[in-house]
Ligand binder design. Structure first.
Ligand code: FE2
Length: 306
């Protein structure tokens, strides 16, 4: 739905912060939007990394062979490409506009090597979602979604939305049947336009600004500013959120984003919280320390893949 209905409860901003520069893999410079330190605030989401660089030295060493278990990784590429391969012989290239939705389940050992475009530009994201206890040891699976398979929806309000998973204006994304029932969309909003979107009531919802700036809480009404005066607004909730900002929402069923002077582009995700204990070390995310220990023992003795 793009038009808010009567009786809606708008989601207010709970918290905003900026992603932080860090290094991962064999020396990939990236920005971490959230990760281990934020657990369990974004349940079922575990981590979001953004990598954007015009210098191959900052990404070409990539993410050599490593295991995953008990979680999913969603790789979304906007520029350049990522070559990937796993120990079962699966492999391929995630190109600009493509998504790879990998459910590690009981275990995958893979490598992920970013390659820039002809000019050396690389831009992409990796989101980690948790799996519930009952699905942690499920069979691993990949979904490779080519750019052309991702619908681009132009909403009546003027937003352009790439729907990877979930539904916008009656259009469903190609990634379905995921345990945490996630929605994952890429929203572009021209200056002066708004995006109003219904989200599932009990889900965790966050946005990450990838370009430009916008207002992510309609409680701050840009167009009423002169009429009611500056003091009317709660300053913490009317922030203009710029590139690299994470916006975590309060409960509710609708979010509204407005671009004023400049356009804004952001990723929006929602997912069903698992509310289970998280035992996390590196790329393996289980429920107990014992399960973690088992995973690393299996990895070191060559019995990791089931
Ligand atoms: Fe990985």
């Amino acid at each position: 739905m793009t038009t808010a209905s009567r009786g809606e409860s708008r989601r207010r901003i709970k918290k905003v912060w900026k992603s932080q520069p860090t290094m991962e893999g064999a020396g990939v410079h990236l920005r971490r939007a959230f990760g281990f330190q934020e657990v369990p605030q974004l349940d079922p989401f575990l981590l979001l990394d953004a990598f954007k660089s015009g210098n191959p030295e900052e990404y070409k060493r990539g993410f050599p062979w490593h295991p995953h278990r008990g979680m999913e990784t969603i790789t979304y590429i906007l520029d350049g490409e990522v070559e990937h391969g796993d120990s079962l012989g699966n492999g391929g290239v995630i190109s600009a506009g493509d998504v790879q939705w990998m459910t590690a389940g009981s275990g995958i050992i893979h490598q992920e090597m970013p390659k820039g475009d002809r000019k050396g530009q690389m831009w992409g994201f990796q989101l980690w979602t948790n799996l519930p206890a009952m699905s942690k040891m499920m069979d691993p699976r990949y979904r490779e979604i080519k750019s052309s398979e991702i619908p681009l929806v132009n909403t009546p309000d003027g937003a352009s939305v790439r729907v990877i998973s979930g539904e916008v204006a009656g259009v469903r994304g190609p990634v379905r049947d995921i345990v945490t029932d996630p929605e994952f969309v890429d929203v572009s909003l021209p200056a002066g336009k708004s995006f109003r979107h219904q989200v599932k009531e009990g889900h965790t919802v966050f946005a990450y600004v990838i370009e430009g700036e916008g207002y992510f809480d309609e409680g701050r009404d840009a167009f009423a500013r002169q009429e009611v005066g500056a003091n009317y607004f709660d300053m913490s909730r009317q922030c203009l959120c710029a590139t690299d900002t994470v916006i975590l929402y309060e409960p509710g069923d609708t979010i509204a984003v407005t671009a004023e002077e400049s356009p804004v582009r952001f990723l929006l995700a929602s997912g069903k919280p698992l509310q289970e204990p998280v035992a996390w070390y590196g790329p393996i995310v289980m429920n107990t320390q014992e399960e973690l220990q088992t995973a690393f023992e299996e990895y070191s003795t060559g019995t990791f893949l089931h």
